[in-house]
Every structure is written in structure tokens, then in C-alpha cells.
Design a protein around this ligand. Structure first.
Ligand code: CU
Length: 292
């Protein structure tokens, strides 16, 4: 079998591509070249981009044969990562972009949207779990909002010389770490998608939010609300947005193969009222919290 035919057969087997020569016209190729602008939390595997860029730089033009070889090599290296990201087609996939806005009391727009979480659900395949750290310091959780794919572990190191606790009563993601102080740490693995509200049973002012997604396609918006999810396999999914005061919203998006879809998201925080949460026993905190 000639090399070209072998490569074609290989790609058909791996990706279900049809006549392989068409790949040169596939828009994913140009998308790959553009990849790497903003940095989503789960960008497409970097070897694709870097290898194709390297080919450009080395030759000025990428021959069909060269692209085939690079793709085959990259696919071989990327197969594991793709399986975990749930990509079902060629590596590039499509892009979901957009902008979120949150409306505050009086119609004012929230100026900093960097704690708005954007995610896709309904993408095939189980995402790769991550390890994320939320530090307890100065009687607060930092960062205040994190987003992780399902199965991820969040560590809660205590850097204060006083006891803290981390607990949640958010549905199936409920957990309770013991009391500990610097330099000890505790952790919890989140096995269910959803919004998890984390508190300290001693200090009522301490709170954090862990958004657990069922796909590897998620990000926090930029301060201006803009967001970008890259390498999404073609298909129809639900785009979710969450903001602590603005709540949750969802809309259906259809991601074209190698193309881009834009979603505009509006969240309403105008009626938000902060209510003091209960402690892990479902009771009010002792006045001013307790010191241990
Ligand atoms: Cu505490």
C-alpha cells in the first residue's frame, strides 16, 4: 500500500473520514493554525497546533503529504487526550464564542465578569479530571469560583494559623472536611455535575463555589464577559452560564464542523439578595462565628 493510501486508511479507521484528499479543504485545518490566541482551560492538544505551525515555518507551504504525515503522527500522540475530551471527529472541531452580561439593580451592567462560568454539556466522552487548589487564607477561600470537569479533585489547604473547615450540602456533591489549620490540607473529589457551594463551618463569611461540568469544554469568562471554547466536536449541545448573583442560564448551540457559533448570554442579578447560609447542621451560625 502506498503511503498516502495507508494514511488515508488509518485516518478513516480512527476518525471515520471519507475520501481523505478532501482534508486539505477542511476548514479545521485553518482553525488549527489560528488556535492559541486566548487560552481556554482546555485548549485543543498543543501538538496539533505546534506541529502544523512548525511545518509552515519550515517550508513556507505545507504539502499534502506532509500534512498527512503530521496528522497521523499527531493523532497517534493525541489519541488518549482526545478520547478523554470526548472529541468524536478530527482534532480541530469547532468553536463556541460569545459574551456574557450580568444586569445589576437599576439596570447597571456588572463591570467584572471574570467569575462567570461558561460550559458545554452533552458532549460525548468523559472529560479528564483535574486537580485544583482553593486556598483558605485570611478567612476566605481563594479563588472564590472555580470550574472543574466531573471527577476532579479540589484541595483546600489551610494557610491560616487557625482552624478552618470546608463543607458543602449541595446535593450529591455534599462533603465535610475535618477542622484543620496551617499547614494541613484536605481534599474532595467531585463526582456529580452541578454548582457546589462550599463554606467553612466556623466562619460564616467564608464561601466558595465549585462548578462541576460534565464535559471538558468550560472556561471562566474574561472580565468583559467574552469567552471562547475551542476544539469542540461538531454537534448540538447546551451552553451553560453561571454567575453567583446572576444565577444560571442555558441555551442550545449547534457547533458546525470546523466553524464557529456565537452565543450571547444575559444573566439577571437585579433581584439578587444575599441570604446568610446555614452551618453544616442546617443551623444559624453563632453570632460572629466561633474561634477555635
Ligand atoms: Cu474558617
Amino acid at each position: 500500500m502506498r503511503e498516502r493510501e495507508w494514511n488515508s486508511a488509518f485516518l478513516e479507521a480512527v476518525w471515520g473520514l471519507e475520501a481523505f484528499p478532501q482534508i486539505s479543504e477542511r476548514p479545521e485545518i485553518s482553525l488549527l493554525h489560528q488556535a492559541g490566541g486566548s487560552a481556554p482551560q482546555n485548549p485543543p492538544p498543543p501538538y496539533f497546533c505546534s506541529m502544523l505551525r512548525a511545518a509552515d515555518g519550515a517550508t513556507g507551504r505545507v504539502s499534502m503529504r506532509r500534512v498527512i504525515s503530521l496528522l497521523v503522527l499527531a493523532i497517534a500522540q493525541a489519541a488518549g487526550a482526545h478520547a478523554q475530551l470526548g472529541a468524536s471527529g478530527p482534532g480541530a472541531g469547532g468553536t463556541v464564542t460569545g459574551r456574557a452580561t450580568v444586569i445589576e439593580k437599576g439596570g447597571r451592567k456588572t463591570s467584572d465578569l471574570s467569575e462567570t462560568v461558561i460550559s458545554l454539556s452533552g458532549v460525548k466522552g468523559r472529560p479528564r479530571p483535574q486537580n485544583v487548589v482553593v486556598t483558605m487564607k485570611g478567612k476566605s477561600f481563594t479563588p472564590h469560583v472555580v470550574v472543574v470537569p466531573i471527577g476532579s479533585t479540589v484541595e483546600f489547604p489551610n494557610q491560616d494559623p487557625l482552624f478552618h473547615n470546608a463543607f458543602s450540602v449541595s446535593g450529591d456533591n455534599r462533603f465535610d472536611l475535618d477542622l484543620y489549620k496551617r499547614p494541613k490540607s484536605g481534599s474532595h473529589t467531585f463526582d456529580h455535575a452541578g454548582v457546589v457551594r462550599v463554606y467553612c463551618n466556623i466562619h460564616p463569611q467564608m464561601s466558595a463555589i465549585v462548578v462541576v461540568t460534565d464535559s471538558g469544554y468550560f472556561t471562566k469568562a474574561a472580565a468583559d464577559g467574552s469567552f471562547r471554547l475551542q476544539g469542540v466536536p461538531a454537534g448540538t449541545y447546551t451552553l451553560h452560564a453561571f454567575h453567583e448573583r446572576g444565577g444560571e442560564t442555558a441555551l442550545e448551540v449547534t457547533v458546525p464542523a470546523g466553524g464557529e457559533v456565537t452565543g450571547q448570554i444575559k444573566l439577571d442579578a437585579s433581584t439578587f439578595k444575599r441570604v446568610q447560609h446555614k452551618n453544616k447542621f442546617g443551623q444559624d451560625y453563632a453570632s460572629g462565628g466561633e474561634e477555635y
